[in-house]
Design a protein around this ligand. Sequence first.
Ligand code: CMC
Length: 428
Amino acid sequence: MNNKAGLNIDGQTFELDTIVGSEGEVGIDITKLRAQTGAITLDSGYGNTGSCTSRITFIDGEKGILRYRGYDIAELAKKSGFVETAHLLIYGELPTSEKLSAFSKQLTRYQLIHEEMLHHFEGFPSTAHPMAILSAMINAASSYYPTLLEKREERFDNHAARLISQVRTIAAFSYRKAKGLPIIYPKSNLKFSENFLHMMFSMPGEDMDINPDVARALDLMFLLHADHEQNCSTSTVRMVASSKANLFASASAGVCALWGPLHGGANQAVLEMLEQIHAEGDDGSKFLQAVKDKTSGRRLMGFGHRVYKNFDPRALIIKEQCDKVLAQLQVSDPLLDIAKKLEEIALADEYFVSRNLYPNVDFYSGIIMRAIGIPMDMFTVMFAIGRMPGWIANFKEVMEDPSSRISRPRQIYTGPTLREYSPIGERS
Ligand code: CMC
């Protein structure tokens, strides 16, 4: 194709360069637009704006494709594990067995948070939302590692391992704190997801049998959440990183962005919605009628996606896993029946079909977590544990890009034009 795009403003034509990605996506390079034309582009919500080029994750929303570093998500879900996938995302390649073993050892080595950080937990009320604790504790952790501010590569590896491992430790500790339970330290002989279950559900002095199917389901969930290109939280991480803030500060900002119900908080919102439908004795049909009435202010949580206009491939995998986990744990959950009914009705309903609204990753993940015993207000924390490698990979990409500039969008000002200050007594 022609590698130029034309733009006509007030009868004057400007030529813009185009850039083609490795999967054929075309972008119009507008980096010199304002200098050339005096105009800027306006794209509220960034639906048509590429904020960067990236080699990490590819999504084709129309075809329902998601790939980490070129590997299809379904293949990774079947053959890989969270730790190996974290390595793939951060370092670009699947590790050799030596590299994987070294990476796993790093995660184990750094899994304990600095003992003085335990005092920070004391300061939170027992009603604190675990996402508030998580973001505050990740940011607080940066004060314990002054070398974070150095850019040496071996330090980055240590800090990345520390962050992946400790976010899981902090999450489990915050749960124990909220429940008034004694804190359980991680064990060195346990794998990543087993260790999380151990820290969440063990009691001091007792050995806990960790169900391997549950550990595998959790590991898969972390893997499916590990990256998703330039979503709200990852863009936040990149934006903070662009100011050269440290890794922990950038990740902590990512946690805050993830918290909202339109993003990572949707998994909690889905369960709340299902519980409400159940409490009202509805099978989902009345609720869907309300959703279609725009004045109700209701949305079918766990449905729709900015990028996927076809099935979210993660939702397909997680739905299958959900059925498996519930069968293995012999859990019969009425909320799952409601979720299935909602899905069945919505997928045949003109409102959802015409808007390309399909179930997303959050639609079934909450039901799995509920079956495992994870409390609802920790669902988004689980998403954050899974997303950490993606945030770290994106942080690294920003830091290693010699052409990276501080992210600083512009705006079209629509407020009052210049006016004079009026003394307080003269104001109406
Ligand atoms: N229920 C009902 N209507 C919806 C929904 C929904 N879940 N999602 C979108 N719509 C409608 C929306 O009202 C609009 O209708 P109209 O064209 O008549 O005005 C149309 O579909 C397009 O929606 P939009 O709000 O312009 O779409 P968006 O790309 O800005 O929003 C979204 C994407 C994910 C925020 C949205 O679909 C939503 O709010 N979904 C529910 C929350 C959710 O499940 N979020 C998790 C996303 S996946 C995990 C993650 O990335 O964090």
